[in-house]
Ligand binder design. Sequence first.
Ligand code: FES
Ligand SMILES: [Fe+2]
Length: 420
Amino acid sequence: MVLADASELSEPFSWPASGATRVPFRLFSDPEIYALEQQRIFRGRVWNYLCLEIDIPNPGDFKTTFIGETPIVVIRDENGDINALVNRCAHKGALVCLQERGNKAKNGMTCVYHSWTYDLRGQLKGIAFRNGIKGKGGMPDDFDPAKHRMQRINVEIYCGLVFGSFADDMPSMEDYLGEKLSWMVKRNFDRPLKPLGVHSQIIHNNWKLYAENVRDSYHATLLHTFYVTFKVNRMDMDGGIVMGDDKWHHISYAKRHELDESDEYDKAGVHAAQYESKLSGPELLKAWDEFPDGITHCIQTVFPNLTFHYTLNSLCVRFFVPRGVDETELFWIYLGYEDDTEEQTRMRVVQGNLTGTAGLVSLEDGCINEFVQRGTHMSADKEAFLEMGGRDAESSGNSRATEAAIRGFWEGYCGIMGFR
Ligand code: FES
Ligand SMILES: [Fe+2]
């Protein structure tokens, strides 16, 4: 079902009067709202992450992905340009590219159903039996292949990352992020990247719970005991939250060399602070000081469903694809730089375990978001309470004990969904 407008929901929805400090649980389980998001958000005026430029280095290279639930193919043409197309045949709508990645330089893209063939820009080039067989059947005389193509969407490449949008009047990525946030993308990505590994996991929760979770700086040192125990990230390190102008995106950062231990962790009986553990593989935390800004942990979000993290020296693109109202697929793409030494590459790969499937963060966040999904799914008329750090969605230069970035997400969400 595709709904045109919030007013067409079969049960009207209005945001609570207290604004983004209250989040109705209905948003995580209502299939009509989920359908509206596909249209208003993913196919609306946002930039969606598609792939890395290095995923498709050569003419003909393609990578399939999703914008919301819409299947997309990103393909490099003979001129070296990157094209993003809805992965849907212009004949009867079958998927055209079936693999996750590959190369179509030789024969273009052919739909397996009735062999319609497209060039690397998605233009229809040939159709089987166009003139019928032995003069019988075939397409009408006025059939014009030039009028049939795979649907094209807008593309922008920014710092080696490929973004796509169904809207054709988008601001540049630089403006979409704004100055306060774009510098961190440039710091982390604007040089030749080297792929280190990819994994994905299905998480059993609505996609917005993950969008909240990566903006939830409050939970990071409470749920993730490892971070506190081994001083990877604590609230009493120098750090803060930077919000974009429109509040859609944010950065949360910490500097582990500037730790000023506070006794709040002990006083509040925080379970994360109660372990006297030692690593039998201490090389997990072996790191080097890489950037002059001293930031050793950073989570950056890009609305709607993209996150970057940099922890010690582990650099990762995470993006999360809705797979239904209560299921999400989360992709982790680990990266280094072309000019890394072997030792640096090794350290980044090992540090990937801090967050990867063999590690801790992906497992803990996967569980906790599912716990929220299960806790709330029969309580559509109730709401979450988000007043940690105040009621606004402003940057905070000295504390991450705040839910400001989550409130910012909901302010942005409310606007694009037409809920206010
Ligand atoms: S559906 Fe693709 S050729 Fe028929
Ligand atoms: Fe987390």
